[in-house]
Design a protein around this ligand. Structure first.
Ligand code: FCB
Length: 444
């Protein structure tokens, strides 16, 4: 039996735009994901978050669902456009009321709320003024955060600021695969800076409003491995790690942006104003780590030379095409522990999409159980070796709107039949509840 620490939090995660629906209700303003999903060709099958899992109306049932599974913590996100529909200015009481009821309902069910303040649904009004290219958006985020924490901070004890700023800047502004759909690589660096600044300003704001709360950010970290021992591969791996991991971890840890990757990017840091780096490095209480896969990095073509050894080939992929590599979770946690001094870590997301089918009222997703089992074993190994991981949030409570893939990818522990909104707990959900009940898993 691999037992987890006594107070370990076993949770599930979701995000507002991916589950709520009700995009036009109770004064919610439009977000960049409404605009993006209404733009032809941006989201597979023309799917939108208009209805999603209809969680805005079914939240009580969804809490009951979690409660039946024995879930101890719920990581959800708060939709900025519900709270401040125009991005800045007057808050919308009905939006605050919704999360107020949700938090009360969770607490009544004995589930600890772990809200994220920004999971990509920027108010469209702010995008009209430049979105994350504009420094003012960072200030607006801090103000909005203060409003939310002012209302819920008497009951919510842990706050997460941003979800995966890497994805916001790289996919939203560099590649155009996510809202707002810009495909301009030079925008990635200013946008990243404004996001990190927004995080720091929000931390300051939260400290003022709720001095006792714990605060942190959520990063999608990914371990990178060289394709071989050749210096070209090793050098390229160092740089890839700089772009993916250190670009975020270093400034948060007070070291500024990583010089090697910044030099390689050509960014002149014009947006970095005096004092910004210390705002970004505002001390936090925890780091949220989202883990899905790893990367094998191949350096330049080795002209006239053989690459020593054969680069490892992925042996197993999820339906997203992401390699299943559970040791990567252990490796990235050990790297964070070795190289940084973030005190407490939560795994804020981990999970897998598989082509689940509902047959005779059952979803037999043994592949997901196998995926989870192996990740839990690696997580346990890291904890045994001294990484202070306090909780794990499985992505996701239920199938939902998977961004540019629409409803085609199913990550849930619960199957959602979208036409009827019927939820069916998958075999993996039943399995997860036995892990939670035992606070661990039988050793393989
Ligand atoms: C993460 C996102 C989350 C979900 C999973 C599959 O990058 O934070 O919303 O889409 O991937």
């Amino acid at each position: 039996m691999l037992r987890f620490p006594d107070s370990f939090t076993w949770g599930v995660a979701t995000a507002s735009y991916q589950i709520e629906g009700a995009v036009g209700e109770d004064g919610r303003g439009p977000s960049i994901w409404d605009t993006f999903s209404y733009t032809r060709g941006k989201v597979l099958n023309g799917d939108t978050g208009d209805v999603a899992c209809d969680h805005y109306h079914r939240w009580e049932d969804d809490i009951a669902l979690m409660s039946n599974l024995g879930i101890g913590g719920y990581r959800f996100s708060i939709a900025w456009p519900r709270i401040v529909p125009a991005g800045r200015g007057a808050p919308n009481p009905a939006g605050l009321d919704f999360y107020d009821r949700l938090v009360d309902g969770l607490l009544e069910a004995g589930i600890t709320p772990f809200p994220t303040l920004y999971h990509w649904d920027l108010p469209q009004a702010l995008d009209d003024e430049g979105g994350w290219l504009s420094r003012d958006t960072a200030e607006a985020f801090a103000d909005y955060s203060g409003v939310v924490v002012g209302r819920l901070g008497d009951r919510v004890k842990t706050w997460l600021t941003l979800n995966e700023p890497w994805v916001s800047s790289h996919l939203g502004y560099g590649k155009g695969e996510h809202a707002p759909g810009h495909a301009n690589w030079s925008e990635v660096w200013p946008v990243t800076h404004h996001l990190l600044l927004a995080h720091g300003l929000a931390v300051q704001q939260i400290r003022e409003v709720a001095p006792d709360a714990d605060v942190g950010i959520v990063l999608n970290l990914e371990p990178q491995y060289p394709a071989s021992e050749h210096p070209a591969d090793i050098e390229a791996t160092r740089l890839a790690d700089g772009y993916w991991n250190r670009w975020f971890l270093d400034p948060l840890a007070g070291r500024g942006y990583p010089e090697d990757a910044v030099a390689d990017s050509g960014w002149n840091q014009a947006e970095v104003q005096p004092g910004d780096l210390s705002v970004i490095a505002e001390p936090c209480d925890l780091l949220g780590v989202n883990f899905y896969s790893r990367k094998i990095i191949v350096g330049a073509d080795l002209v006239g030379e053989e690459r020593p050894g054969t680069p490892p080939e992925p042996e197993e992929l999820t339906e997203m095409g992401w390699e299943v590599y559970p040791e990567g979770l252990y490796d990235i946690l050990m790297k964070v522990k070795r190289e940084y001094d973030f005190e407490t870590i939560y795994i804020t997301e981990n999970g897998a999409a598989y082509p689940d089918e509902l047959v005779d009222g059952r979803v037999e997703d043994d592949n997901r159980i196998s995926y989870l089992q192996r990740h839990f074993a690696q997580l346990h190994r890291a904890i045994e070796e001294g990484v202070d991981v306090r909780g794990y949030f499985l992505w996701s409570l239920m199938d939902n709107f998977e961004w540019a893939y629409g409803y085609s990818k199913r990550f849930g522990l619960t199957y959602v039949d979208y036409p009827t909104q019927q939820r069916t707990v998958k075999k993996s959900g039943e399995w997860y509840s036995t892990v939670i009940a035992a606070n661990g898993l039988p050793s393989a």
